[in-house]
Design a protein around this ligand. Structure first.
Ligand SMILES: [Fe+2]
Length: 258
């Protein structure tokens, strides 16, 4: 039994709500698909919690932007990266500062789990964005109709199950190709022998599927459960609006979930 979280985006209210729910379910193992930072007001606090509570985390494009350089970011996202970098750099406690920077600097692009339920060995991949470009390729639900070849090529890079985040839109891609929203699956995807799937787990701190509740998944008995949770959006919004260098749009979009 494990939980997978992604795209926290410095939203501590959403992160603590999700971690509380995971704890209540008695789940001890948590993996993170990156974008711990970017957009939101609490990068330090989110990094500390992710370091403390997750088994490992992979590199997201916003983590990359803060540690290295923003690539292909719009102005607001770029400014948020520079602000976040300054916040991390001006931390006075040296140990804390180094711990956060080392964490960001050592994030891998990909993680793989090999497990053996029954007789077969099973490979599960974890990346931030896509199996062929792990930190910055978007796989949108519409690609299934507008660019089926892209989705088929992506599946050539998938062994069995691949967990992704990045678009902030949860759902399951199959290699037909096809896409299913969590609601169409009754919020549960049963992992089927021989059926490849790319599973987007949605975003903790900035959902964009017009549902403003925090999103994550947990896996129990070969079933992927999609979870949505209300959190204190107002508080996060107020904090963002109080920081000049964070665009107010980052606050407004939390409310509308877009
Ligand atoms: Fe993200």
């Amino acid at each position: 039994m494990f939980a997978v979280i992604s795209d926290i985006h410095s939203n501590i209210e959403a992160l603590t709500t999700v971690l509380g729910d995971i704890e209540k379910r008695g789940i001890k193992t948590i993996y993170c698909l990156g974008d711990v930072v970017g957009y939101g007001p609490n990068p330090k606090e989110c990094l500390d919690l992710i370091i403390e509570k997750t088994k490992w985390c992979v590199l997201g494009n916003h983590d990359y932007a803060v540690f290295y350089e923003p690539t292909n970011f719009n102005y607001g996202a770029e400014q948020a990266s520079f602000w976040c970098r300054e916040v991390l750099e001006t931390e006075e406690e040296k140990e804390q500062r180094n711990r956060r920077w080392s964490f960001l600097g050592e994030l891998p692009m990909r993680r793989t789990l090999n497990s053996k339920p029954g007789t077969k060995s099973v490979t599960i991949d974890f990346v931030h964005a896509s199996p062929r470009r792990p930190i910055n390729e978007y796989i949108f639900p519409d690609d299934v109709y507008t660019n089926p070849l892209k989705v088929r090529l992506l599946f050539e890079r998938v062994n069995y199950i691949c967990f992704v985040g990045h678009t902030h839109m949860p759902g399951v891609f199959l290699d037909e190709p096809d896409f299913y929203l969590p609601a169409e699956l009754g919020n549960v995807y049963p992992i089927v022998d021989g059926e490849k799937a790319i599973i987007n787990i949605g975003s903790v701190g900035q959902p964009r599927d017009k549902d403003n509740r925090a999103s994550y998944v947990y896996i129990d008995d070969n079933k992927v459960h999609f979870v949505r949770l209300e959190y204190d959006i107002e508080t996060t919004m107020k904090k963002i609006m109080a920081i000049d260098r964070l665009d107010d749009f980052h606050a407004e979009r939390l409310q509308s979930g877009r």
